[in-house]
Every structure is written in C-alpha cells, then in structure tokens.
Design a protein around this ligand. Structure first.
Ligand code: HPA
Length: 278
C-alpha cells in the first residue's frame, strides 16, 4: 500500500461502516483479546459486520479465525466491539494491525478500551487476576507510526507520558472496589511473539520494569494516542513467568484462564462505560 493511500482507505472504510450502522455512532470502542470475545454476549441490540465484508480490512490469515465488528449498546451506551484483532505475529504489518483503530477515530470514537491475555511476571500476581494497565514498554520490532506522518491523523512526535488515562484508571479502581473485584495495576510489555518467553526473557522483562507480557495491544494503543483517543487497558493474567515458577504455557491454558476472568473484566468495563457522559 502506498502511504498516500492510507487516508483514502480510512475514509472509504469509515463510510462503509457508517452506512451499515442503524443506531447512533459509538463514541467508545472495545478491542477484545484472546479468550475474551464472549464479552460480546453482553453487548445488546447487536449488529454484526464480518471483517470479510469491510473494505480495506486486513484479510484473516488463519482459518476459523474470522472476526466481526459489533455495534450495539453496553451499560446503556453505544459501543463498537472488535471481536478478534490482528496480531503482528500473524504476518500483518503494523499499518494493517492498527488500521481498525484509524477507522474508529474517523468514525468519531473518543475512548478505546483494550483487553488482552498476558503472562504475569510480578511475583504478587496470580493466574486469573486482572491487571489494569498503567503503562507499557514497546518491544515490537516495527513501530506503527514509522513512515510518512499525516497531520490529519496526529502529530509526528506524539506524547506518551499518559498513554493509559489516569482518569479512567481511577474510575476503574473505584468500580472494582465497589464490586469487590480484586485488581492489580502494572506495566504491559508488548512483544512480537509467537513464542512464549524463555525463563531468561521473563526475567529480563521483569528487570526492565514489566509486570505482564503479551503479543498485542501496544500498537493499537500507540495509534489511538496518536489520534488523541483516551485509552483504558486491561490484561488478564493467564500464566506466570515469575522467577522460580515459570511453567509451560499453552494457548489452551491462556484461553481457559482468560475465559474464567472474562465476567469480572466485563463488569468493570460495563460499569465504566455506563458512567460516561454522552
Ligand atoms: N507471554 C506472551 N504472551 C502471552 C503470555 C505470555 O506468557 N500469556 C498470554 N499471552
């Protein structure tokens, strides 16, 4: 894709989605991570738009990995949900991985919720716990903003001093307390995968300041911040890379642990959206 085409493609895709949506345009979007797609069950008055029907959306490389854009309401507010995201390890380039976030912005989305399954490195974490992301470390080999910058999309050198909104973190902490949901906070390390970490890599990521590690989220958050969106992110700790207790992690373990934590994560997100002013 020629970089000049990016703006045209974003607008084409946004126009298509606008034409499909029956209700009000959502101001909040939610990207659902591995094992967390069932959150969609809680979105009401749903409309599904398969990714395969959306012009310019990346084509799924994995069979049976088809995704949907969901438009509906959560906590009484219009939301857009991405059931299935595009991972860098699948072979997409960073412009493809982050394209849906560009389109969200063009559609008027102001707030982005991101969720993921992650390996915990903080020795105080347990499997199944929820970590509210308060910062990240970008270790992906390609930067999503590399190349020509379009001022229409954001500034050349975006600030990242508050990638994850303190305001939303504080609200989420209050909600968790009210509902008796135990949450942790921490730094998410984004790596390309698809291998899980060696014990030495977990140790290294812990030493540089990470609390959890995963293979997604960071590119989307960078692009959302570039576009001026407010971001709230949650990791579900699905396995542990804590020194002395690194165990074999499998994709199935990750999915199972994420599914178990899903209702708690859902509760926090629903309550958070319901408190937004429209
Ligand atoms: N490492 C990287 N990605 C992950 C992990 C992990 O331990 N768990 C879930 N996603």
């Amino acid at each position: 894709m020629k970089s000049e085409d990016l703006l045209i493609r974003i607008n084409e895709t946004a126009d298509y989605i606008r034409g499909c949506v029956n209700g009000p345009m959502p101001r909040t979007a939610i990207i659902l991570g591995t094992g967390l797609g069932a959150l969609v069950d809680h979105i009401e008055n749903k409309q599904y738009i398969p990714y395969s029907e959306i012009p310019n959306f990346p084509v799924s490389t994995v069979e049976g990995h088809s995704g949907n854009l969901i438009i509906g309401t959560l906590g009484g507010k219009a939301v857009m949900g991405m059931q299935g995201r595009f991972h860098y390890y699948e072979g997409y380039d960073m412009k493809q991985v982050t394209f849906p976030v560009r389109v969200m912005k063009a559609l008027g989305v102001k707030t982005l919720f991101v969720s993921n399954a992650a390996g915990g490195m903080n020795p105080e974490f347990q499997i199944g716990e929820i970590m509210i992301i308060n910062d990240h470390i970008n270790l992906f080999p390609e930067h999503p903003l590399r190349g020509k910058n379009f001022p229409e999309l954001g500034t050349r050198f975006p600030d990242m001093s508050e990638a994850y909104s303190k305001r939303l973190i504080n609200q989420a902490l209050e909600i968790a307390k009210e509902k008796g949901i135990r949450v942790k906070q921490g730094v998410y390390v984004g790596t390309q995968g698809p291998t899980f970490e060696t014990p030495a890599e977990y140790r290294y990521f812990r030493r540089i300041g990470g609390d959890a590690v995963g293979m997604s989220t960071v590119p989307e958050v960078i692009v959302a911040r570039h576009g001026g969106m407010e971001v709230f992110g949650v990791s579900v700790i699905t396995d542990l890379g804590v020194e002395g207790i690194v165990e074999v992690a499998t994709h199935e373990d990750v999915q199972r642990a994420a599914e178990a934590a899903q209702p708690r994560m859902m509760e926090i997100m629903r309550e958070l959206v319901s408190r937004f002013e429209e």
